[in-house]
Design a protein around this ligand. Structure first.
Ligand code: NAP
Length: 248
């Protein structure tokens, strides 16, 4: 089991939803957390305050991770602030749902940029720091939609499936000569603002299809991240499904 105290993590999109729970659960383990956000600085500041209240250390950094210059600055800011980088959680994501017939090139490119190209943008400058760590971790937040598709979600599904290929390939490249593991978590339907945006009648039908008959919580995803960081030394290239049984 890896001792997480004083390890340093970046959580992209760590200011709200699943990312904020991941930041909080890591902080509870003594991890120093860089909370990345794009536009909502007050949500990020609130998370920093919440972590400081429980005696943890956190630092908010604005960066649009779909831009490579911003992502490089994010990694640099983390290392300058805390002196090292051990854990990279690629969590930032957006949806722009619409059927493919109506999907604009902008809808397509934006979702691919924020959900998939961002992972190149952050992992590339982070990699040498993670390799220097005694137990580096890359955790990519994918989705069941990358596994079984989603109506009106060709862009999002392609990005999330792309993350799975990236995860396995990078895991292979790093397995033999480094202590870095690379894994994906595939959440099912989780009660965050992203899912609250789904019309209520559609959401009811979705919940009815979940074998456990409820949405997941952000904390349930965050516990998966902590597990992979703490006990995941021999787990790499995997998809950890946290989905109430909707995809087996
Ligand atoms: P959310 O509540 O909408 O939060 C999204 C977070 O990402 C916010 O902190 C947001 O910051 C940040 N973000 C968005 N665009 C960004 C950018 N360009 N650069 C940096 N940060 C950016 O989303 P969520 O539901 O927690 O989802 C988190 C992740 O889990 C996403 O990758 C999502 O695809 C995945 N996921 C979610 C579900 C679900 O049911 N909710 C299921 C499967 C997978 P600002 O507020 O500053 O923009």
């Amino acid at each position: 089991m890896a001792e997480l105290k004083n390890k340093v993590a970046i959580v992209t999109g760590g200011s709200r939803g699943i990312g904020s729970s991941i930041a909080l659960e890591l902080a509870k383990e003594g991890v120093k957390v860089v909370i990345n956000y794009n536009s909502n600085s007050s949500a990020a500041d609130k998370m920093v305050a919440e972590i400081e209240e429980i005696g943890g250390e956190a630092y908010a950094v604005q960066a649009d991770v779909s831009k490579s210059e911003d992502a490089a600055k994010l990694v640099q800011a983390a290392v300058e602030k805390f002196g090292q980088l051990d854990i990279l959680v690629n969590n930032a994501g957006i949806t722009r749902d619409t059927t493919f017939k109506k999907m604009t090139e902008e809808d397509w490119r934006k979702v691919i940029d924020v959900n998939l190209n961002s992972v190149y943008n952050t992992t590339s400058p982070a990699l040498d720091h993670l390799i220097a760590s005694e137990a580096g971790r890359v955790i990519n937040i994918s989705s069941i939609i990358g596994q079984f598709g989603g109506f009106g979600q060709t862009n999002y599904s392609a990005a999330k499936a792309g993350l799975l290929g990236f995860t396995k390939s990078l895991a292979l490249e790093l397995a033999a000569k480094t202590n870095v593991t690379v894994n994906a978590i595939c959440p099912g339907y989780i009660g965050t603002e992203m899912v609250q945006a789904i019309p209520e009648n559609v959401l009811e039908k979705i919940v009815a299809k979940v074998p456990q008959r409820r949405l997941g919580t952000p904390e349930e995803i965050a516990k998966g991240v902590v597990f992979l960081c703490k006990d995941g030394a021999y787990i790499t290239g995997q998809e950890l499904n946290i989905n109430g049984g909707i995809y087996m």
